[in-house]
Structure formats: C-alpha cells, structure tokens
Write a protein of this length. Structure first.
Length: 327
C-alpha cells in the first residue's frame, strides 16, 4: 500500500489501529479464559485479509478498497479493517456469501476452544483466512487445516495468508465431510452456521476433542467421546453466521408468531429458543416454556449426539425438555 495514507505511514497506522483493537477486545473480556490469544491478535495484520470489504449504507453497500486512488478512502479502509465489527467480503445479487467475523466474537470462540501446544485444529469455513492465521500464529502452520467449498474463497484465503506470512493447509471441499486425510484433530471450529452436527467431525476428532460450532443463533461446544457420541452446552454469546454451503443448513419457512407477545418476539433469547426447537415446538408452545422457565439464558441449553440420534435440551440431556434436531 506504500505511502497511501495521507498523514501517516500505512504500517504505523495499521499497527496503531491493531493495538487499539486489541485494547477493545481486552476491555470486552473476550479472551479471559485464554489470554494467550492476545499475542495472536496483536501480531496478525487483519487488513491484509480484507483488501476490500463492504459497509452498509442507505440503499445497499459501499465498497472500501485498499487500492483506492483517494488517500482518504484508503485510510478509511485501513481504519475500518480494525474496527471490532464483522466485515462483508463477498456479495452476490445483494446476498452475503462470506464475511470476516467480529474480532471480539472470534476471540470468544478461540478462547472457548481451549487449545494447547501441539493440538491440531480443523477450521470449517476458510473465509478471508484471518481466523486460520490466528490459529497458525498460536499453534504453527502444520497444525492448522482450513476447508471451504468455494475455490475462489480458498484461493483468496491462501493469498491473504501468504501475504501475512502464514501457510496452514487450505483445502477446497465440503466442510460437512471434514478433511479425513488430515485427521485426527484435537479441535474442530466452524465459522458458518449449521442446523445439525456432521458425524464426520466426530469421526475425525480424537477422544476428548472439542467441537465449537454456530447453531440456532448460538455457539455450542461439544466434547467428543468417540465417533458416535458428543455432548456439550451453548456459550452465553449470540452468534449469527453465514450458513455452511454444501452441508446441513439452517432455514425453512418463516415462523407464524401470532399470539406471541411482542416483547417475546423481539427478545434475542426467545428467538434462540425458536430456532433451536424449530419443527418440534410451535411458537406458542415455545413461548409458554420460555415464560415458565424464567427466560433461560443460552448456557442452560445443550446438544447431545448419540449414535443416530441428535437432540437439543434445556438443563439436562435426559430431562423433560428435549427436542430432536432435524435429520
């Protein structure tokens, strides 16, 4: 980008903006469970992974580009790359196809993964490559595998990673099938939304491994017992991700919420329960349960995979409130 910023050298501006981002994540407490991630966020240059991105404006999106002929526009791009916000990176006909997640949410997820030196990690959803770079900084290139169905995404991720000095294994393929030739993995992390747990991830995980994935506007962390069994609870954090392409996808017809009070309809925790119980409870039944149980936080819910069964639950996997996930 050499000399593009109007008042400061780009490298200095990027370093300053990155340090400010690290301070914001510090203040959020996102990596409280594993502060070793601070060094990764302080070192990995996010702007190299988003050479352009889109920000919402009235009537659509505005493209910010690191090679804009306007020096002030280049500085807006660089500063924006270090905001604690998700960045839209790929659009098609107005539909969001790929994004760079909010850094503090990424820090939350990475801390919850509980990695240790020597662990191997499979990332589902290569995105820009930024998350893989953070993992590679912490664990080493040879310990990180990232997979995406779209060859354009994997190719751009490789370029971004190489520009930043990282070389994890980048695979083009269906993330729902994992990457068996690189298994077994100690950790699996998905950066795209699903509605069920792919069995391939269990089969490719070591016993005692952890799987962290977005599901039903939340993040569930499963501990793997073996190829047919895993169980865990949701984190407190809300999470909204682009759906996985090629595998199990959230979706379906819009729910009819007639009879549900507006207060509940607009409540994030009630919307989470609706998403989790879709196909098992109608909205009125979900609302009655939600009120009866004191508007439960996400941490009270969990997921169990056992053989060919997979279900969500409130408080207890074998308790009275359990719902099958869609096949």
């Amino acid at each position: 980008m050499g000399g593009h910023a109007p008042d400061r050298e780009p490298d200095d501006l990027a370093a300053s903006a990155r340090a400010a981002l690290v301070r914001r994540i510090d203040a959020s407490g996102a990596w409280g469970a594993d502060p070793a991630w601070r060094a990764a966020f302080a070192a990995v240059p996010r702007h190299l992974f988003v050479p352009y991105y889109y920000v919402g404006v009235a009537g659509g999106y505005e493209r910010r580009w690191g090679e804009s002929p306007d020096p002030q526009a280049r500085e807006r791009w660089l500063r924006g790359a270090y905001e604690d916000t998700p960045l839209a990176t790929r659009l098609r006909d107005g539909e969001l196809l790929s994004s760079s997640s909010q850094p503090s949410l990424m820090a939350d997820m990475l801390a919850a993964l509980r990695v240790a030196d020597g662990h191997t990690v499979l990332e589902i959803g290569a995105g820009t490559g930024y998350n893989a770079a953070l993992l590679a900084h912490r664990l080493g290139d040879d310990r990180v595998t990232t997979v995406d169905l779209d060859p354009e995404i994997t190719e751009s991720a490789r370029r971004h990673l190489a520009a930043a000095g990282y070389h994890p294994v980048v695979v083009t393929g269906d993330g729902a099938r994992g990457v068996p030739e690189r298994a077994p993995f100690d950790r699996v992390i998905a950066t795209c939304a699903l509605s069920t747990v792919p069995r391939a991830w269990l089969a490719q995980s070591r016993p005692g491994g952890r799987i962290l994935m977005p599901l039903a506007t939340g993040l569930v962390v499963l501990t793997v017992r073996d190829a047919g069994h895993a169980e865990g609870r949701f984190l407190h954090t809300p999470a909204y991700f682009v759906p996985l392409r090629g595998g199990s996808r959230p979706g379906g017809e819009p729910l009819q919420l007639g009879g549900v009070p507006r207060r509940a309809r607009e409540d994030d925790l009630f919307r989470f329960l609706l998403a989790l119980t879709r196909g098992s409870l109608d909205p009125q039944e979900a609302h009655a349960l939600w009120e009866q149980e004191g508007m439960p936080q996400r941490e009270r819910y969990g997921i169990t995979v056992s053989g060919d069964r997979e279900w969500a639950w409130l408080d207890d996997p074998e308790g009275p409130y359990a719902w099958p996930l869609p096949a």
